[in-house]
Structure formats: structure tokens, C-alpha cells
Design a protein around this ligand. Structure first.
Ligand code: B12
Length: 474
């Protein structure tokens, strides 16, 4: 059997270390045909990679590239520098076997990243079947040009993020059995996907480019069975996190998953990002609460009617108001995310969103306010930026990233609006502030231990922030 080594190049520990779901799914899929080994760079950060390559002696090496930058205009981190210097360059020095790239970050800039790293091949989009096809051809010494979604330094296969195969038939990731999962359990997240694809049309978003526009759903029974088995292995401390772009799309799927978890009486802690206001209902929140959701992220971006339209969010102000009311009714701890500066943003639209925050959002919930939209090739915002002369067709956009700010909400001004809004509202933070002060974190940890508090960390931090304010410490 030929051998492939899959390398997780993500070393980012913020907001917590993310287990490499993508390569674990690929490993499960390939293991029938290849001897697969995973090198997880999250904690080892490349130190033992050369030794692993020398002892495993693979025929192929795949690198998963997830993050390119932080998507924060104020911060200039370029993750690819580390991906290259800690992982790809040292491996390139000691072996001539084909180096193959893939991952969500890679998929946004396939030719550019291939060029930057000097790797041999890249796969845009989901990796399972395409990698199997590529390895098959490489193993037989056949020509690989023309395989859909495969990039070489000279050519690119027709890009088609279409349905690869019924996603439901894919094997499970079993992440905790594929790598040393212990370090991940400190913050305790087992990542799980309930579908692939995003049919929403938000003008700046890369998700449909990465996953395709067509939903491919996993059966709720299979999702619940995976959670049940993993929970039995990992114990009650582990949180299961849904990593779908939007958990409650298409309507009905999230509800079915919750029903299945409830039916099986699985007692686990769940969280999800990407609750879209469009399909929320009393039934959804009631089921989520009963199934064990301890925390959700809500990502409306704006509450201004004209911005919601300009960003093509696909929901109405009525939808977000209903969502906020339901969140309060069910006391579902939530982190809200707003993104200012899109086409048409001005002081008035900014204030419309602020007044929604003041009137509807639970003050015990955390609200992030960010400014500037990262422009990705292939998005509608890319076309707008080109048309407005903000970027040129020759701009690479990989690095440095370009952020769009409307002409009536320029970067410096928007930052001052956001900073002022956050000073007045204790539950609001600028998106650029990623870490709470160390002292606040220490106090939160101590409080949680002494009082046996089990709420989401952000709620404890908010309580301490309010106490500090009352004590004149802020
Ligand atoms: C869920 C998610 C999060 C969650 C993660 C929760 C969790 N438990 O995992 C949270 C909210 C915490 C988060 C945080 C961040 N995220 Co995020 N996140 C995502 C999201 C929506 C899904 C990722 C995912 O798990 N997909 C499911 C798995 C199965 O897919 P996958 O890993 O991509 O793998 C498939 C393919 O890519 C491919 N593949 C993967 N590896 C390989 C390797 C080879 C060799 C091959 C051939 C193929 C291949 O095959 C796999 C299976 O089909 C993506 C957007 C998206 N739709 O992809 C953004 C995304 C990855 N995030 C992004 C960013 C920037 C971040 C942050 C840096 C943001 C920040 N400022 O905080 C942090 C970094 C966190 C960290 N420690 O790494 C960007 C990265 C692009 C960029 N500009 O850098 C993305 C693409 C969103 C975007 N803005 O466009 N994120």
C-alpha cells in the first residue's frame, strides 16, 4: 500500500486550538486505499516534522492550509509565512515526493498559494474524492491535468465545487482517535459538520466558494450517532461544536438534528456558530435548548434595513428582532457579530444597528463590532471594489489583504465610532480586541472555580467587566 502523510499546518491557538477536522475526514476516507498518517502541527509547530517524514517515509505529503490572515484590518498577521517556514520548506529540503495542498484558506487563493509555497499540487474545495483521484493518477505516473479542482503550477483543473458524492455516505472523522486529542480537551471542542455548501448570497463571503452553493446534508441519525459514540469515548467535559457556515440552513435540518439528539437522550454540551436570523423560530430555540445547546453565535452583520439589503443578507429586520427576542425568551447565551463598512454604510446606518443592539439584545450577551470587509476574489464585493476603482484586476489580495470601507464610513472614522459605541456599552467589544486582559481572565477563572459556575466564559467575563466598571476600575 502506498503511504500518505497529512500535515495540519494550523498553529493558531486563538480563540482556542481547533482540531483539524478536514484532514481527519480525508484520512477516514483514504484509509481503505492508502496507509495514512497524520502529523498535527497545532502544538508541535513543526519541531518533529522532519523526523516523522524520515521515519514514515511517505509517497505523498498533503498539507492542510486553513488560515491566511486574521481578517482584522488592524492586525497584519500573515499565517502563510509560518506555514511555509515551519512546515513546507523543511519538508521540501528532505524529500522529493509530491507535496499537495488543500484546505479552506488554500481554496480561496489556489494558484497564489501554490506559487507562494512552491508546492506541486493543490486541491480546491473538499478533498476526499479529488485527492483519491489525484493520488491514483500520480501513483501510476499518469497525467493529472484536467482533474476538476486540481491545480498544478502550470495548470488548473476546471473549478467545479459541485456535489462530489452524497456527503451522508462519507465516513466520520473520529478526530479524537486520529491524533493526540488530550491538549484539545482543555477547551474541549469536538468539531462536527452537519452539511456542506452555502446557498446564501452575502456579497463578501467566501463560504460558497469554499464549500459550493448547493446544500449537501448529513442525515440527523448519522450526526447523532457520531456524537453519541464520541461522547462515550470522551466523557461529559467535551463540547461538540457545529462548524457549518450556517447551522440553521436550510430550514428544518437543524430542528431534525435536535429532535434526533433528544430522542436518543444524548446528554452533551453543544455550541454552534452561524445562527442566521432568517429561519429562527420558537420551535428551533426550544429544540436547541432541550438538545443541550449551551452557547450560540449569531451573525447578522447589520441591523440597518438598507445595509441588510446591500450586503444581500437574505433576512429582514423583523427576522433579527424575532431572533433577539427568542434568544432572551430562552435565555440562550449568545455572541453577536456585526460588521460595518459595507457598500452604503454611513453614520445613520451605523446608528440603526446600534439602536437594535440597545433595544433588542440581552445585555448579558456579548456583541462584537468590527469594521472593514475583507475582499476575496470571486465575490460580489470583489466586483464592486473593482468597479469603484478600489482595487485593480492585477492585485493579488492574498497579502496584504484589502478591506472595503464605504466612502461614508472610512476606516479611521468607523474605528472611532466603534470605539465610542463600545465605551458606552459594557457588553460591546471592538472586533479587533481578541483577548480579554490577563487579570480579568484570572479573576474569571477564580470566580468560576469558587462558585462552581458553568456558564459560557464570555458571560463570566462580562460580569467582571461590569463589576470593574462599578468599582471605577475601567
Ligand atoms: C467553523 C469555522 C471557525 C470556527 C471554528 C470552530 C471549530 N471547532 O472548528 C471559529 C469561529 C472558532 C473560527 C475561528 C477562526 N477562523 Co474560521 N472558519 C470556520 C469555517 C466556517 C468552517 C471550517 C470548517 O471546519 N470546515 C469544515 C471542514 C471539514 O472543512 P475543511 O477543514 O475546510 O476541510 C475540507 C477541505 O478544505 C479540504 N482539505 C482540508 N485540508 C486539506 C488538506 C489536503 C492535502 C487536501 C487535498 C484537502 C484538504 O478537504 C476537507 C474535507 O472535505 C471556515 C469557512 C468555511 N466555510 O470553510 C472559516 C475560516 C476557515 N476561518 C477563517 C479565519 C480567518 C478564522 C480566524 C483566524 C478568525 C479570527 N480572526 O478569529 C479564527 C482562527 C481559529 C483557529 N484557531 O484556527 C477563514 C480563513 C481564511 C482567511 N482569510 O484566513 C475562513 C475560511 C472564513 C473566511 N473568512 O473566509 N472559524
Amino acid at each position: 500500500m502506498m503511504k500518505i502523510l497529512l500535515v495540519n499546518t494550523n498553529t493558531e491557538k486563538f480563540p482556542y486550538p481547533i482540531p483539524p477536522l478536514g484532514i481527519c475526514l480525508i484520512a477516514s476516507f483514504l484509509q481503505e486505499h492508502y496507509e495514512v498518517s497524520i502529523y498535527d502541527g497545532m502544538f508541535d509547530e513543526g519541531r518533529n516534522l522532519e523526523a516523522v517524514v524520515n521515519s514514515f517515509n511517505p509517497d505523498f505529503i498533503g498539507f492542510s492550509i486553513r488560515n491566511v490572515d486574521e481578517v482584522v484590518p488592524e492586525r497584519k498577521t500573515f499565517f502563510l509565512e509560518g506555514v511555509y517556514s515551519q512546515f513546507i520548506a523543511p519538508v521540501r529540503k528532505i524529500t522529493t515526493v509530491p507535496l499537495i495542498l488543500g484546505g479552506s484558506g488554500y481554496t480561496i487563493f489556489p494558484s497564489e498559494i501554490l506559487e507562494y509555497t512552491g508546492a506541486d499540487y493543490g486541491i480546491a474545495g473538499e478533498g476526499e474524492e479529488t485527492l483519491l483521484a489525484l493520488l491514483g493518477k500520480l501513483g501510476k505516473g499518469e497525467d493529472v491535468t484536467g482533474i476538476p479542482n486540481v491545480f498544478t503550477r502550470e495548470s488548473q483543473g476546471a473549478q467545479s465545487l459541485k456535489k462530489e458524492r452524497d456527503y451522508d455516505k462519507m465516513p466520520w472523522s473520529c478526530i479524537d482517535q486520529k491524533l493526540d486529542f488530550k491538549p484539545y480537551t482543555a477547551r474541549g471542542v469536538y468539531s462536527i459538520q452537519t452539511k456542506r455548501g452555502c446557498a446564501l448570497q452575502c456579497i463578501y463571503c467566501s463560504y460558497p466558494l469554499i464549500e459550493g452553493k448547493q446544500y449537501r446534508l448529513r442525515a440527523p441519525a448519522s450526526i447523532s450517532a457520531e456524537i453519541e459514540e464520541a461522547a462515550a469515548r470522551l466523557g461529559p467535559e467535551v463540547t461538540f461544536e457545529f462548524v457549518d457556515s450556517t447551522f440553521n440552513e436550510p430550514r428544518g435540518h437543524a430542528e431534525e438534528i435536535c429532535r434526533e439528539l433528544i430522542r436518543r437522550k444524548i446528554k452533551v454540551r453543544l455550541r454552534t456558530m452561524g445562527i442566521n436570523p432568517r429561519n429562527t423560530s420558537r420551535e428551533l430555540f426550544s429544540l436547541m435548548k432541550e438538545a443541550g445547546f449551551a452557547q450560540i453565535d449569531v451573525t447578522p452583520d447589520s441591523a440597518s434595513p438598507s445595509l441588510i439589503r446591500s450586503l444581500r443578507k437574505g433576512f429582514t429586520t423583523g427576522d433579527i428582532q424575532r431572533t433577539a427576542n427568542l434568544i432572551r425568551e430562552f435565555d440562550m447565551p449568545s455572541m453577536w457579530f456585526f460588521l460595518f463598512g459595507g457598500p452604503g454604510e454611513n453614520r445613520e446606518t451605523f446608528d440603526e444597528t446600534l439602536s437594535f443592539i440597545d433595544n433588542f439584545i440581552n445585555p448579558d450577551d456579548l456583541v462584537y463590532l468590527s469594521g472593514g470587509l475583507r475582499v476575496y476574489p470571486g465575490t460580489r464585493l470583489y466586483d464592486v471594489s473593482l468597479k469603484e476603482g478600489r482595487i485593480a484586476a492585477s492585485d493579488l489580495l492574498l497579502h496584504p489583504p484589502f478591506f472595503y470601507f464605504s466612502k461614508d464610513s472610512p476606516q479611521a472614522e468607523l474605528k472611532s465610532w466603534i470605539d465610542a459605541a463600545c465605551l458606552e456599552r459594557l457588553n460591546c467589544l471592538p472586533g479587533a480586541i481578541s483577548n480579554p486582559p490577563q487579570e480579568m481572565l484570572r479573576e474569571a477563572v477564580a470566580l468560576r472555580q469558587s462558585e462552581g459556575i458553568n456558564e459560557p466564559m464570555f458571560r463570566t467575563l462580562l460580569r467582571i467587566r461590569k463589576k470593574w466598571k462599578a468599582d471605577g476600575l475601567l
